[in-house]
Write a protein that binds this ligand. Structure first.
Ligand code: DTR
Length: 342
């Protein structure tokens, strides 16, 4: 009998020991503890926010020698577009990628990038956003660790009917978000606000007759099939941020923190480049596969369209100057536009 009691005690001790090892993610002396991080994203896996997420994951896993494993959740499977920031703060995901235009009031400083400055590409926009963030370190990011930021390429109008003039755009329902929406309104369109992830259904159901965004979506969401016309306006970029739960980041070992910090600016540049190249690919794809017509406005028309946008920046300064140094931000961005992106 004594022998059985002894065996049961031994068995229980072994179980307790093994269970303890499991809590350490299998860590042993020769194999260090693995840190598993969840990374939430709102659009489908093939789109640029998710492509940059997979690139970050690959780099982190490589540079930490497998010590960090990143589990990615595209398509809103862990957090949706508008829940991203709060979900990361609450720890529902360790990391999240958010489009700041979807919460314009919350990210007042960084959303200044969406004003119609005429920023020429994602490479330039991403660098400007990163520099602006680092200069002002806005309070809205105090509760998180910012892992990187980047922007889209400039927005253009994708539509089911040709838009060749301000008369053509009048009253057409076009989808946009945040600052870009005000631009559409200034041109006379009926702006319908919603995140990109809700747009395919809205287009299919005829709720909108087009959208205003960077053109890589013509390929990534197959909008080229539904929108056979693009009016080139090259206005307004959308700023994005990748944020991490602060407590989770603070608990990381120093060498892992360094890998994340070293990657921040590099990831911003990588994404800007990827976006610009991918826009070119999407234009070629749209012309070849769906014979999409790309409509160029004449110089007089461009002047006429741009004139409509003139009040927008001044109004933004007026609306925001009590909360943030709005005029200084506008002056900074105008200055940054003149500097090379490299
Ligand atoms: N233009 C913004 C942001 C955006 C551009 N490309 C994508 C792809 C997937 C999600 C968001 C975006 C927008 O229209 O929402």
């Amino acid at each position: 009998m004594k022998k059985y009691v002894y065996l049961v005690v031994c068995f229980l001790l072994i179980c307790t020991f093994l269970n303890g090892c499991k809590k350490d993610n299998g860590g042993t002396a020769d194999k260090p503890v693995t840190i598993t991080l969840t990374y939430a994203n709102f659009p489908p896996a093939s789109t640029f926010p998710c492509v940059q997420m997979e690139r970050w994951k690959t780099e982190v896993e490589k540079r930490t020698d497998g010590k960090v494993v990143v589990k990615t959740f595209p398509g809103g499977t862990l957090l949706d577009a508008k829940d991203m920031m709060d979900g990361v703060i609450a720890g529902q995901a360790d990391i999240g990628c958010l489009c700041m235009a979807y919460q314009p009031g919350r990210f007042a400083v960084t959303n200044a990038l969406a004003l119609p400055f005429g920023i020429k590409d994602a490479k330039t926009g991403s660098k400007m956003l990163w520099d602006l963030y680092n200069k002002y370190k806005p309070a809205e990011f105090e509760q998180v660790k910012v892992l990187t930021m980047f922007t889209t390429a400039p927005s253009n109008i994708m539509s089911q009917k040709p838009i060749r003039s301000l008369a053509d755009i009048k009253g057409i329902s076009l989808r946009a978000s945040g600052g870009a929406g005000e631009i559409l309104q200034a041109w006379g369109a009926n702006m319908v606000g919603m995140p990109m992830s809700a747009t395919p259904e809205a287009l299919q159901k005829g709720v909108v007759q087009g959208l205003f965004s960077s053109l890589e979506v013509m390929k990534d969401f197959s909008y080229a099939e539904l929108c056979r016309y693009v009016t080139m306006t090259d206005t307004s970029i959308y700023p994005f941020a990748v944020v991490m739960n602060k407590a989770k980041f603070d608990a990381m070992p120093d060498d892992v923190k360094k890998v994340f910090d070293d990657l921040a600016e590099e990831q911003m540049k990588w994404t800007g480049d990827y976006m610009d190249n991918h826009v070119d690919e999407a234009i070629a794809f749209s012309k070849e596969k769906f014979q999409v017509e790309f409509i160029e406005l004449s110089d007089e028309q461009k002047a006429e369209w741009n004139k409509k946008l003139e009040p927008i920046i001044a109004k933004w300064v007026e609306d925001n100057k009590a909360k943030i140094p709005a005029q200084q931000i506008v002056d900074d961005l105008k200055q940054m536009m003149t500097e090379p992106a490299e």
